[in-house]
Ligand binder design. Structure first.
Ligand SMILES: Cc1cc2nc3c(=O)[nH]c(=O)nc-3n(C[C@H](O)[C@H](O)[C@H](O)COP(=O)(O)OP(=O)(O)OC[C@H]3O[C@@H](n4cnc5c(N)ncnc54)[C@H](O)[C@@H]3O)c2cc1C
Length: 321
């Protein structure tokens, strides 16, 4: 049987993961994108496995659990850029949503000594930390090894792909809505500053910090310090005042960071949506599956969502002869 031709629009972590799963299932996949993963929002991600601002979805527990399993497998190979690292989710108000811990069996209550001043409670957990500068090229190379082709260009409209594809997957992040007439996406601006790693391995997230969302993610060679979550802001320039505030807040939480040299800085627009869109989309000249709107958790959910797209695509094939 001739393999099905699938075009995936988007080469961020979602597009690449989807392409990987479809190629693995036997499809002939082409990724069309006007930015490489290194130039996409995916490269700005911290990226710690945690469901930050990903909206509500009945499938969330499965996507989280499947991604965690896949990343844990990848962490066995240092070449992937994935490490399993222990860290703390700081809680400053009662009733924090701990549903994510269902996917992390060894998660435990943080001891008072493990929490910063002002914290009410917290969770200690070992989860994947993904160094994008290593992981995204690794993933693209894995795709290429599975026969995925890459076409660097802008797709103006999905119907333009009808002649060359039997199925299109729209995984174009924040710009997906332009292709599917969906105005429900909005930017959630983030800003990070990466400093030299003084030898720490833990991560820490403090969403309810009184001065704003704060996190510290220790990677191999650097530490990602963040951040902000500005809903509706399209500003791509680094804000020096925001950076100074991030450096002050993170050094207060993790004193070893004080004075560490800044290695790089970045801004990214998270693809915000009330809930992730992962479904067949009718009405185009070619069958379409949407996979976008992952907010602040696109890396976290990437494998679970990619598997779900492959399942949907497989179900769509059933009975097609
Ligand atoms: C500061 C910050 C910190 C974050 N931290 C984390 C974290 O710790 N953990 C986590 O899981 N997530 C984190 N995120 C969120 C994560 O980065 C995103 O959810 C994820 O990158 C979205 O991936 P994507 O592939 O959907 O989109 P993108 O990475 O934006 O990729 C979109 C792709 O689509 C292509 N494209 C778009 N439109 C077209 C078109 N018309 N034609 C051709 N190509 C097109 C682009 O060229 C690009 O290749 C963070 C984000 C930010 C900004």
């Amino acid at each position: 049987m001739t393999p099905r031709r699938v075009t995936v629009v988007g080469a961020g972590v979602i597009g690449l993961s989807v392409a990987h799963e479809l190629a693995r299932a036997g499809d002939r996949v082409t990724v069309v994108a006007d930015r490489t993963a290194a130039d996409s929002v995916s490269a700005v991600a911290a990226a710690v496995w945690f469901p930050y601002r990903a909206g509500a979805s009945p499938s969330m527990p499965r996507w989280l659990a499947r991604s965690l399993i896949r990343f844990a497998e990848l962490a066995e190979d240092p070449g992937t850029g994935v490490d399993l690292r222990e860290g703390t989710v700081v809680e400053r108000a009662p009733g924090a949503d701990r549903s994510w811990t269902a996917a992390v069996p060894a998660a435990r209550e943080a001891l008072p000594a493990e929490l910063p001043p002002g914290a009410l409670s917290g969770v200690r957990a070992t989860v994947p930390v993904i160094t994008g500068s290593q992981y995204l090229p690794w993933l693209a190379a894995r795709c290429a090894a599975l026969g995925v082709g890459f076409s660097p260009r802008t797709v103006p409209a999905v119907d333009e792909l009808a002649g060359s594809a039997d199925l299109v997957v729209v995984a174009a992040g924040l710009r997906s809505g332009e292709l599917l007439d969906d105005d429900s996406l909005f930017p959630v601006r983030g800003q990070v500053v990466r400093v030299a790693n003084p030898g720490i391995t833990d991560w820490l997230t403090d969403d309810e910090h009184p001065e704003g969302l704060t996190y510290v993610v220790a990677r191999r060679a650097d530490v990602v310090c963040g951040g902000v979550a500005e809903v509706g802001s399209w500003e791509l320039a680094v804000d020096p005042a925001v950076e100074a505030s991030i450096l002050a807040r993170t050094a207060a939480l993790v004193p070893a960071l004080a004075g560490q040299p800044v290695l790089s800085r970045a801004v990214g627009l998270r693809p915000g949506r009330e809930s992730i869109r992962l479904e067949h989309v009718p009405g185009d000249a070619v069958p379409v599956i949407a996979c976008y709107g992952h907010g602040g958790a696109g890396v976290t959910l990437s494998w679970g969502c990619a598997e779900a797209v492959a399942d949907l695509a497989g179900a769509g094939l059933a009975g097609a002869g």
